[in-house]
Write a protein that binds this ligand. Structure first.
Ligand SMILES: *Cc1c(COP(=O)(O)O)cnc(C)c1O
Length: 389
């Protein structure tokens, strides 16, 4: 029977233990036993897909990976201990000294550090380009360019990059197309439909969705994932089976959770769009968003994040955070609980003002991750906090 994705995300299950359990079991074991020396030899010779050791594979981790591949439309995947382990291995396992990477300048902070500080140490060159300046991307291509790397929507400015254009760009120049799809989640956007070869996720965010565990996953073309798998099997960033169990249970509810996250975010964005204390507000599915048409083309809904600029600048940002009574002040996103952050006074406070502006961090920028609470309570809290700044 052909099943829809929503059903498969609920029904795909690891080997049963023989106890007829209904909910998915967790295989907390570091290794697996063999009946005969011949069976063990065959497993090590890759003549079958028996589990050997949980750094290589584990049934609970495989269940999570299988669901992620199904949701992204990918041939294969590998799960890692965190989102950064997925991002790191998706780049380092596929590039070598002498190769060149083109990377969007609006990427997650640790990814930016990886591209600018760590890649060059190993002889891998990187050119940073602006999100939607297609002429910069074209001009950056060199004979040794092997891969492009991007995120969309970007954090925290919510720029939308055109995945169809990027897919065509990679085809013309024969480049590996690597996308961090964390902000959209596999429910709202599937980059492989637009030609992506590799898709990574921080499962810590929407996929867990309840702020409990760290995790990451990289999925995509089987030949590339095989190289990533061999690299990871020897370097050891594997996901813990316990975290995989938490995350595979989370995938059973991801579709319904994303529906409510998006509905709440759109309601909050629409309510505050023209507020007197706010100079601009961005949400991908509001027609006022500069890349609204691209968002509509490649996303099924606008996502759970919105951002706005307070007219009062950096001081107002701090006052806003201090006045909140319900929203959490924490450096995370994609939780059942709504979260507010003020990058200029926290995550980016060590940069000078001009450095902050160059990466899109304006002084009064507030990022809201819409949770699953009753949306009126979230709106009321933001509204009362705005009166004090
Ligand atoms: C959080 C995040 C990461 C890193 O994930 P961790 O699980 O914290 O390692 C990577 N990319 C994006 C877009 C993120 O938001």
């Amino acid at each position: 029977m052909a099943l829809n994705k929503q059903t498969q995300a609920i029904r795909i299950q690891a080997d049963k233990t023989g106890e007829k359990e209904h909910s998915t079991p967790v295989f907390l074991t570091s290794s697996f036993t063999f009946e005969t020396a011949e069976d063990m030899r065959a497993a090590f010779a890759d003549e079958n897909d028996d589990n050997i050791y949980s750094r290589y594979s584990n049934p609970t981790v495989d269940e999570f990976v299988k669901k992620m591949c199904m949701l992204e439309g990918a041939e294969a995947g590998f799960a890692t201990a965190s989102g950064m382990a997925a991002v790191f291995n998706s780049i380092f396992a596929l590039l070598k000294a002498g190769d060149h990477l083109i990377c969007c300048s609006s990427v997650f902070g640790s990814t930016y550090a990886l591209a600018t500080k760590f890649l060059p140490r190993y002889g891998i060159e990187c050119t940073l380009v602006s999100a939607n300046a297609h002429d910069e991307w074209e001009a950056a291509v060199k004979p040794n360019t092997k891969m492009i790397y991007l995120e969309t929507p970007t954090n925290p400015q919510l720029e939308i990059l055109d995945l169809e254009w990027a897919g065509d760009f990679c085809k013309r120049h024969q480049l590996i197309f690597n996308v961090d799809n964390c902000f959209a989640s596999p429910i709202l956007q599937n980059p492989i439909e637009f030609g992506a070869d590799i898709v990574s996720h921080s499962a810590t965010k929407w996929i867990d969705g309840q702020g409990r565990v760290l995790g990451g996953v990289v999925v995509g073309r089987a030949d590339l994932i095989h190289d990533i798998y061999m690299f990871c099997r020897n370097t050891g960033p594997s996901m813990s089976p316990f975290n995989a169990w938490v995350l595979t249970k989370s995938l059973e509810t991801l579709d319904v959770r994303m529906e409510r996250h998006c509905k709440n975010a759109l309601a909050i964005a629409s309510y505050f769009e023209n507020h007197e204390k706010i100079s601009w507000l961005k949400y991908p599915f509001l027609p006022s968003h500069p890349e609204y048409a691209i968002a509509k083309k490649q996303m099924r809904a606008g996502g759970g994040i919105l951002c706005f600029e307070l007219k009062g600048g950096i001081e107002s940002g701090r006052k806003f955070l201090d006045a909140l009574q319900l929203l959490s002040m924490t450096p995370n996103l994609g939780d059942t609980r709504s979260i507010a952050s003020h990058p200029a006074s926290t995550t980016h406070s060590k940069l000078s003002e001009s450095e902050r502006l160059s990466v899109g961090i304006t002084p009064g920028l507030i990022r809201i991750s819409a949770g699953l609470e009753h949306v009126q309570d979230v709106i009321n809290d933001i509204e009362q906090a705005l009166t004090s700044c």
